[in-house]
Write a protein that binds this ligand. Structure first.
Ligand code: ADP
Length: 668
């Protein structure tokens, strides 16, 4: 494990949290669904786990770690007590390029006093199976050579515990034989490709007969740590007793050959199968009676040679060939008389064992509960159930059951998560749009505020001298004879000074940090009143279209009249040839709205961006100040309202015209 990496899981298989990428492959590959997903982390549940090791084998991120037993084995080797290495018969597939004598020599270099092949234990076990079959006690059995199968039945098919063949595994048989030869002081370490052997060794029913279990990769690591060069090890022979056809055990159906039992399709008395999918199915059918065989020979892996503790990269059939070649070679050189004598010697060796049910089945949820969970995953009708398997469960209903059992999470449903994600993206986009609008409005009001400050400063300074100019120009005008040559000039000065006064007062109005003086007003009536006070050109007609359900709103009367005046006079200005202006009032529960629509020249798209800027005007010199819409905007914002403009200025695209829509909150 790398530095800073965390682990989850209390079982002997733990998950390296940083490496787990939530692909759920381990969930998919686990035949008993012993993997709980919490907060996106896959954790193996020790009690449910059958130690098949599939999750360790298939995890491409190496996020599943097996608890190492190397330290315990080192302690044994350094204890001074004699330790025997019992090598699983699958070793020729693991060490395909190594002469077995080197393997034995390298094991002795590590400190093992005895190096034996488990194949002799397999021969003993095969004989027991043959006897069990011969005795024909009317019962049906499931073979127990595979410890993962034993764990499966004890935990997930406990009603079949009585059908487990009461015979120990080859590993235990070998251990019992060795202790009979060498006495109880001998410590025994099994070396093989199996994860479940580690748990079998600690099975209370076996009372500590095995002192340690190493997997092949751990053995290689120990050689590295001890500086043992396997290639250069002094060749050595396995210690007796030597095995016979038991060497075929790790190949599927090997036990049948060793026991001289055969899968006979005609009688169907013996059925042999293996692998993650078949084993569950076969045991289920054995339980239901559909599989009527007297003996079900079943392995969790496709033979031990495909066990999770094999580091060999060879293909399955290539591995098989290595085991077969080795066994054939050994059989050729086997001292058959001695083998027969050894078998005879252990004829009455007790190879019996018992099993205990450890029921791990979980209660199936009631249909209502299941439906509720399905709804949480956005599945309301059968067509919503894609059964895509992305969550690791074969069907959506299985996934829902697992959620009910607290083994899985709704988020594991990929299609639903994608839908949720799409929705979230849409929401983010919408709020991003809102944010952009708000930002634009903010920039605009900041611009107005700083221009307002500047304008107010100038207007304030200009106001006093202007007052003097105005006063004196009017005084002089009063005193000047109409016939005087100066009279016309003085009229011009007074008029232009008046105009300056209006501009300055407009500036001051724009800049004033106005307070909104709210009071309840009838909006349509206010519009009527405003229109009466306005000087609208004769060729322009103004109509009011009142669509308000509730006409009352809390607004600043004078300011809203000013807004209406600005909008209507702009609208009239845009229709030099006359026409109709429509003022439409409408409302919702908490807001009121008025729109001023004209059929004028319209505003071009590039001008639309600038119309609320102070001093922006398209009117000829002396006709416009460019402050009307800036003041309007300020008033609307002071009311916490909103002003929108829609305009069509291209006659080629249809009738031109502009609509300003002001929306105000009904109450403060
Ligand atoms: P001013 O009327 O003094 O020019 P405003 O701020 O009221 O200042 O208007 C700014 C500009 O917006 C106008 O000069 C005009 O170009 C444009 N505008 C405003 N209202 C309309 C409208 N109803 N139709 C066409 N153009 C408009």
């Amino acid at each position: 494990m790398g530095r800073g990496e965390g682990q989850v899981g209390s079982s002997f298989i733990t998950t390296v949290t940083e490496r787990c990428r939530m692909c759920y492959t381990c969930v998919r590959e686990c035949p008993v669904k012993a993997i709980r997903i919490t907060d996106g982390q896959a954790k193996v549940i020790g009690e449910r786990c059958i130690a098949c090791g599939n999750c360790v084998r298939i995890c491409s991120q190496n996020a599943k770690l097996l608890r190492s037993t190397m330290d315990e084995v080192w302690t044994l080797l350094r204890s001074g007590q004699p330790v025997a290495a019992c090598v699983a018969p699958s070793f020729p597939a693991e060490f395909a390029d190594l002469r077995y004598e080197k393997l034995v020599g390298a094991l002795r270099e590590l400190g093992f006093a005895q190096v034996v092949e488990v194949s002799f234990g397999a021969d003993l076990v095969a004989r027991e199976y043959a006897r069990l079959f011969e005795q024909d006690d009317g019962r049906r059995y499931i073979s127990t050579t595979c410890p993962a199968i034993v764990r499966y039945v004890e935990r997930h098919s406990p009603e079949l515990v009585g059908s487990l063949a009461p015979i120990v595994s080859p590993m235990v048989a070998m251990s019992r034989a060795l202790r009979k030869i060498h006495g109880d002081d001998l410590r025994i370490v099994f070396i093989g490709p199996c994860v479940a052997k580690k748990l079998e060794a600690t099975d209370p029913e076996l009372g500590g007969e095995i002192d340690g279990v190493l997997m092949f990769p751990e053995l290689r690591q120990m050689w590295n740590e001890a500086g043992v060069d396997v290639e250069r090890a002094t060749p050595s022979e396995f210690d007796p007793p030597h095995g016979g056809v038991g060497g075929l055990f790790p190949v599927s159906r090997g036990i049948l050959q060793a026991a001289n039992l055969h899968e006979d399709l005609m009688t169907g008395e013996v059925v042999a199968t293996g692998g993650r999918n078949h084993m569950v199915e076969a045991i289920k059918e054995f339980g239901s009676g559909d599989l009527g065989a007297r003996l079900l020979e079943v392995l969790c892996c496709d033979g031990c040679i495909s066990g999770p503790g094999m580091s060999s990269q060879l293909t399955l059939f290539h591995r098989r060939r290595h085991v077969r070649t080795y066994v054939v070679d050994r059989m050729e050189h086997l001292d058959r008389e001695r083998w027969a004598a050894d078998m005879e010697r252990f004829d009455s060796l007790d190879l019996h064992r018992e099993y205990q049910a450890h029921d791990q089945r979980m209660a199936t949820p009631a249909p209502g509960e299941l439906e509720h969970i399905m709804h949480r995953m956005g599945k309301y009708k059968p067509s919503d159930e894609l059964n895509c398997g992305a969550c690791g469960y074969e069907t959506c209903l299985e996934h829902a059951s697992a959620i009910h059992m607290n083994l899985a999470e709704c988020e594991m449903c990929l299609p639903n998560t994608i839908d949720q994600l799409r929705l979230a993206i849409k929401e983010v986009e919408a709020s991003h749009g809102q944010l952009a609008e708000t930002q634009e409005a903010l920039v605009h009001s900041e611009k107005l505020a700083s221009m307002g400050q500047l304008a107010a400063g100038i207007a304030h300074e200009v106001n006093n001298p202007l007052g003097v100019v105005l006063m004196y120009s009017h005084l002089m005008l009063n005193e000047c004879e109409r016939s005087s040559a100066m009279h016309e000039d003085l009229v011009m000065i007074a008029e232009q000074a008046d105009r300056c006064k209006r501009i300055v007062s407009g500036l001051l109005h724009f800049a004033r940090q106005n307070k909104v003086d709210r009071a309840s007003h009838d909006l349509p009536k206010l519009v009527e009143h405003a229109l009466r006070t306005m000087a609208v050109p004769e060729n322009v007609v103004v109509t009011i279209d009142d669509r308000m359900a509730d006409p009352i709103a809390d607004i600043d009367r004078d300011q809203i009249i000013q807004v209406l005046t600005n909008l209507v006079s702009n609208a009239a200005g845009a229709m030099p040839d006359g026409g109709t202006i429509t003022i439409r009032t409408s409302d919702e529960a908490d807001r009121v709205r008025f729109a001023v629509q004209d059929a004028g020249t319209g505003i071009t798209p590039e001008n639309l961006k600038k119309i609320f800027d102070p001093f922006f005007t398209t009117k000829p010199m002396g006709m416009g100040t460019g402050l009307g819409l800036a003041v309007t905007y300020g008033i609307v914002k002071m009311h916490s309202g909103d002003i929108q403009v829609e305009s069509q200025a291209d006659p080629a695209c249809g009738p031109t015209g502009t609509t300003f829509t002001v929306t105000l909150p009904r109450r403060e």
